[in-house]
Design a protein around this ligand. Structure first.
Ligand SMILES: [Zn+2]
Length: 123
């Protein structure tokens, strides 16, 4: 991959990182809100649950973005972790933090949905 392309992906990843960090800071106010009203409490509980799920998703995204930035450092960016083939530029344009080519990602997705409760190893 050309250095210019790598720099562009690195900038995209850094921007994504800032975006994730910025939005999780933004959501902190949910945690300190309390209410004596039952319906409101239920609503807050489900808001909180939603916030937890969003935070989980965001921390997972953050891990993927950080892992991609590490791959840039190690000159391994854009290479599928599974089959070691280059990940297509089209895929990286949509998902700059992609760790797998489309084919391997699909295999992973199928596997992940069947054993979703297994602990995930960080790449
Ligand atoms: Zn692959």
């Amino acid at each position: 991959m050309k250095q210019g392309d790598i720099n562009r992906y690195e900038a995209l990843l850094m921007a994504k990182r800032e975006e994730i960090l910025g939005s999780s800071r933004h959501r902190e106010d949910i945690w300190i809100v309390e209410s004596n009203d039952l319906i409101e409490t239920v609503q807050l509980a489900s808001d909180r649950e939603l916030a937890i799920r969003t935070l989980e998703r965001e921390s997972k995204s953050l891990m993927q973005v950080d892992a991609a930035l590490k791959r840039i450092d190690r000159d391994e960016f854009g290479i599928c972790l599974e089959c070691e083939e280059p990940i297509s530029a089209k895929r990286l344009a949509v998902v700059p933090w992609a760790a797998y080519c489309l084919h391997c990602q699909q295999l992973h997705d199928t596997r992940d949905s069947t054993d979703a409760y297994e602990p995930q190893l960080a790449a």
